[in-house]
Design a protein around this ligand. Structure first.
Ligand SMILES: CC(C)(COP(=O)(O)OP(=O)(O)OC[C@H]1O[C@@H](n2cnc3c(N)ncnc32)[C@H](O)[C@@H]1OP(=O)(O)O)[C@@H](O)C(=O)NCCC(=O)NCCS
Length: 326
């Protein structure tokens, strides 16, 4: 970002990195691209001021500094016409992949190949950084976007069902107490990641190995500056049967639960208490709504979530494309 790196454009549109002067039009395109998934996460309610922190002088200076020393993990590519942003994309470098998000094009500029060109830039950068995969999440019902990604050879590696509980304070009256739910804190996350890696399909761990920072990559969707996070396990200390992490994002936003995996044999009471404990932690932080992300390895928890008052909202697909590393 920061400095212009112009490409040959399409019909007066140039694909380049984001500039600080792009603040307003960048924010407009981002907001205009939000759909049901972002609405479920509570994004977009503050209008374009939601993006103001990114363009603050101090933040911009820090981004520029980290870019200069080659340590900036996040880059933005935009499509711009006459100084106005008409398309957006971001890419974050993770250990084995570049995670692409924020793909959007103004309605007036769609079907001209702009999203494809921005993706191409994000993929090139990722390959230059020696990552073998480009990766993204897309709402299953977003047919234009799913068609775009399939056309670019992205393939589904995981699906996630998102659940919502609109009254988390009343959940779980019928559950027996379980003494085996415990906070594992930061120090326990490395062992939790190793546990998850044994339960997640190889096709996912090849691209997204669970690590202490992210037991599931979906956790990154709940983490912003100022987010509080906690993690719990359930079952015997030396043989846990499930983990959950919770993110409280403040500002009245829904709290988020991430269930990376659960053992098929985990009991209803254990899983229920695990979810209940994490939800109570969120409600104590002012979250009045709780969302739960449930990828395939955590599906045995679904009946318990439904019993606790959660209902399915939508599904997202995690899609990946192999890259040729330079
Ligand atoms: C999805 C989106 C980013 C596509 O942007 P775009 O610049 O129009 O896409 P491109 O022109 O690069 O399209 C490339 C290919 O994707 C597919 N595609 C794109 N839009 C499509 C649509 N509405 N219906 C069917 N296929 C579509 C086609 O295969 C297209 O090739 P073609 O035009 O030669 O048929 C745009 O529709 C958008 O901003 N949507 C709202 C935000 C959003 O959903 N973002 C994705 C979040 S994961």
């Amino acid at each position: 970002m920061i400095q212009a790196s112009a490409d040959a454009g399409t019909g007066g549109v140039t694909i380049r990195e984001l500039r600080r002067s792009d603040g307003v039009s960048f924010s407009e395109v981002m907001l205009g691209s939000y759909g049901p998934f972002e609405a479920m996460l509570g994004l977009g309610t503050r209008g374009i001021s939601e993006f103001a922190p990114l363009f603050r002088r101090r933040t911009w200076f820090l981004l520029k500094f980290f870019k200069t020393i080659g340590l900036l993990p996040l880059r933005f590519f935009v499509a711009a016409e006459g100084g106005i942003v008409v398309g957006t994309t971001m890419v974050i470098q993770w250990p084995k992949s570049g995670y692409i998000l924020g793909v959007g094009v103004r309605p007036s500029h769609r079907r001209r190949g702009l999203a494809g060109q921005m993706l191409s830039r994000a993929e090139q950068l990722t390959a230059q950084r020696s990552r073998s995969w480009a990766l993204l999440d897309v709402e299953e019902e977003n047919h234009p976007a799913v068609t775009l990604y399939r056309a670019r050879r992205y393939e589904q590696i995981q699906s996630t069902v998102w659940y919502r509980c609109s009254d988390p304070t009343t959940m779980g009256a019928a559950l027996r107490p379980s003494s085996s739910v415990r906070v594992i804190g930061k120090s326990g996350r490395k062992a939790a990641a190793a546990w998850c890696a044994r339960r997640v399909p190889g096709s996912v761990t090849a691209v997204l190995p669970p690590d202490a920072a992210r037991l599931t990559h979906l956790e990154s969707l709940g983490q912003f500056p100022g987010t509080a996070r906690e993690t719990w396990s359930v079952g015997p200390v030396d043989a846990p049967v499930g983990f959950v992490s919770a993110c409280s994002r403040g500002n009245g936003l829904p709290g988020m639960l991430f269930l990376p995996a659960v053992d098929p044999g985990a009991s209803r009471d254990d899983l229920g208490r695990l979810v209940q404990e994490a939800s109570a932690w969120l409600t104590a932080r002012g979250c009045t709504v709780v969302l739960a992300a449930v990828p395939e390895p955590a599906r045995p928890a679904i009946p318990v979530l439904e019993e606790l008052g959660f209902s399915a909202q939508l599904s997202t697909l995690t899609m990946a494309r192999p890259l040729t590393v330079a």
